[in-house]
Design a protein around this ligand. Structure first.
Ligand code: 6CS
Length: 341
């Protein structure tokens, strides 16, 4: 090889390297939760996959570093961050159809059925995904974060026990309808205000998955946990639409594969999480009571859920009705496929 050929080859290699370097980007991913909570575990897996399969890096911004859920959704719409979690409990204020996730006694309780439903449902992955572009967003993924439980200052076994209880819910309107129908006074608040409001006695209850009750120490400011089996927490990963539209086919494939890998991981990660989190709560606070409502005790909550269903259709209209029917058909298909309840 002549000196000239070597020099030319070095130049070409340097040009190729600098082109790759110019394309390598840092993608920002903002969370509604801390890094060691479920959304953080998902985002860490997503980051690992992106970084192992491309020149790009992912910087994760846990809850609190960029603001509340509404703030990180706005930052994603603006393109200041590329990815964020935007749970339907908040995003239902922007996309009314998403309130379907907040309807009590609609999502299946069996985690295997639930996991199949999120992965395969055309209503989620086509119909509801189709609502995000109008918001300047693209839906990347949706996944469950565990059965929600009520944590309250007084025991709850019936809607009568919620009478006069100011019960914090996320800000989507159907959650307000749900807890009002359950007999409480629903009080929508962003997450950052919940611990203080319970501590000061401004509210007397809230709902969340057990892992979150443990990690955020909700058990320090409430005394009773109630399982009513009424819902599972759903979150969504969103991306800035213009950013996604501008990706090369190869980079889009990296994002999609990273989301698939993180989805599989987060479903497995959650096996036994509710039980281990509950054990930690009881270890930290043995006086905390845990009540799993019987079918008979759940009956009045189920009856109240019928009113919420009517409210959803009234609020969202024909497209809401179509989403709800599609949802139920997709759940049935998952139940048949997985063979669960
Ligand atoms: O209740 C909330 O607002 C929060 N709950 C969970 C499980 N994740 C994020 C959300 O902000």
């Amino acid at each position: 090889m002549t000196r000239l050929t070597r020099a030319l080859m070095c130049g070409a290699a340097a040009a190729a390297l600098s082109a790759a370097a110019a394309q390598a980007a840092e993608w920002k991913f903002a969370l509604e939760e801390a890094i060691h909570e479920v959304q953080g575990v998902y985002a860490t897996k997503f980051k690992e996959h992106v970084e192992a399969n491309s020149d790009h890096t992912v910087a994760i911004f846990p809850f609190g570093t960029l603001g509340e859920s509404a703030d990180i959704t706005e930052l994603t719409q603006l393109g200041a961050v590329q990815f964020a979690n935007a749970s339907p409990g908040f995003m239902g204020s922007e996309i009314p159809e998403l309130n379907v996730f907040l309807m009590p006694y609609v999502l299946p309780e069996d985690p295997a059925v639930l996991a199949d439903f999120f992965a395969t449902s055309p209503t989620i992955n086509e119909t509801l995904a189709g609502k995000y572009p109008d918001q300047g967003l693209e839906l990347v993924d949706m996944y469950p974060e565990g059965e929600v439980v009520m944590t309250t200052k007084e025991p709850v076994t019936s809607p009568a026990d919620l009478d006069g209880v100011k019960f914090r819910v996320m800000t989507s309107p159907l959650l307000v309808e749900t807890y009002n129908a359950f007999g409480a006074t629903a009080t929508p608040l962003p997450w950052g205000e919940v611990f203080g409001a319970l501590q000061l006695g401004m509210i007397q209850g809230q709902e969340n998955p057990v892992f979150f009750v443990e990690s955020t120490k909700m058990y320090e400011v409430t005394d009773h946990i109630t399982y009513a089996g009424h819902n599972s927490f759903t979150t969504a990963v969103i991306a800035n639409k213009a950013f996604m539209d501008g990706l090369s086919d190869a980079d889009r494939a990296v994002v999609e594969a990273a989301a698939d890998a993180a989805y599989t991981f987060i479903i497995e990660y959650q096996q036994g999480l509710t039980e281990s989190a509950q054990a930690k709560i009881l270890e930290a606070k043995p006086s905390m009571t845990v009540t799993v409502l019987t079918d008979e005790q759940r009956a009045p909550f189920r009856a109240a859920a019928e009113k919420v269903r009517a409210k959803y259709i009234e609020m969202v209209g024909d497209s809401g009705k179509a989403v709800l029917e599609g949802f139920e058909a997709d759940i049935e298909a998952s139940q048949e496929r997985v063979g669960g309840s």
